[in-house]
Design a protein around this ligand. Structure first.
Ligand SMILES: CC(C)(COP(=O)(O)OP(=O)(O)OC[C@H]1O[C@@H](n2cnc3c(N)ncnc32)[C@H](O)[C@@H]1OP(=O)(O)O)[C@@H](O)C(=O)NCCC(=O)NCCS
Length: 196
C-alpha cells in the first residue's frame, strides 16, 4: 500500500507498535503533520481490512485507536515506492472481558488478549508477512496463541492459525469470539465463573 508521503520517515522500524497516542517511536511522529499522516495510514488500512472481510464498516481507525487500550502492529517494506516504503499490513490486539463457554458448556469469565483485526494487503498475502506480524506481537505481548481469543476470524485467518500455530480444535461459543481447546487446559478458565 503506497502513500504520497515517506513511510520510512514515518515508521523507521520494520514493525512499529502504535497505541492511543499513535506514536510510532520516531521523533517526527510527535509533530502534528506526521500525526495526520499516521492517522491516514491507519484509516486506509482499516478500510482495506473491512473490505477484505466484507464488513459493513471498518473496525480499525485512528479515532477508534485513540479511544482504546489496543495495540496496533504495523509492518512496512522499506524498499518500495521509490525508496519511500510501502505499508504491508497490520495486526490489532487488546484485552477484553469475555463470557465464554468451556468444554463442558460452563460459563467462564476471562479477560484474554484478543486479536481484533488483522490484514495483509491483497497482493502480499501468502508470503509470510502475516506470520512475521503475529510472531512479533506474541514476543511483544509475551502471549501464546492458545491463550488468546479471536474476534470473528475469517476462513483465511483460521487456516493461518491452523497452519502456523496448530490451533484447530475450537470450543463452540455463543458470541463472535473463537477460542481453542488449549484456552481451558491451563487453569485460565477456572477463575471468575459467570453468574448468568
Ligand atoms: C489472514 C491474513 C492476515 C494472513 O496473512 P498472510 O501474510 O497471508 O499469512 P502468511 O503468508 O504468514 O501465512 C499463509 C497462510 O495463511 C492462510 N491464508 C492466507 N491467505 C489465504 C487465502 N487466500 N486463502 C486461504 N488461506 C489463506 C493459509 O493458511 C496460508 O498458508 P498456505 O499458503 O500454505 O495455504 C491475510 O490472509 C489477510 O489479510 N486476509 C484478508 C483479511 C482477513 O481475513 N483478516 C483476518 C481478520 S479476522
Amino acid at each position: 500500500m503506497e502513500f504520497p508521503f515517506d513511510i520510512n520517515n514515518l515508521f523507521p522500524e520494520r514493525i512499529s507498535t502504535l497505541d492511543r497516542n499513535l506514536g510510532s517511536g520516531c521523533e517526527a511522529s510527535r509533530r502534528p503533520e506526521p500525526q495526520d499522516q499516521i492517522a491516514t495510514v491507519i484509516n486506509e488500512l482499516g478500510r482495506a481490512s473491512a473490505q477484505a472481510q466484507q464488513l459493513a464498516a471498518p473496525i480499525t481507525s485512528a479515532s477508534k485507536l485513540r479511544y482504546s487500550n489496543h495495540h496496533l502492529f504495523l509492518l512496512k517494506e522499506g524498499e518500495g515506492n521509490g525508496g519511500r516504503g510501502v505499508v504491508v499490513g497490520f495486526l490489532k490486539v487488546g484485552c477484553k472481558k469475555l463470557c465464554l463457554l468451556d468444554r463442558r458448556d460452563a460459563h467462564v469469565e476471562a479477560e484474554p488478549l484478543c486479536v481484533l483485526d488483522f490484514y495483509v494487503t491483497d497482493a502480499m498475502q501468502r508470503h509470510g508477512y502475516g506470520l512475521e506480524l503475529f510472531d512479533f506481537m506474541l514476543r511483544h505481548r509475551q502471549a501464546e496463541p492458545a491463550l488468546m481469543a479471536y474476534d470473528r476470524p475469517s476462513a483465511k485467518f483460521l487456516s493461518f492459525l491452523a497452519k502456523h500455530y496448530s490451533q484447530t480444535e475450537r470450543v463452540p461459543q455463543v458470541n463472535n469470539f473463537v477460542v481453542f481447546c488449549g484456552f481451558f487446559l491451563n487453569g485460565q478458565g477456572k477463575v471468575n465463573l459467570c453468574t448468568k
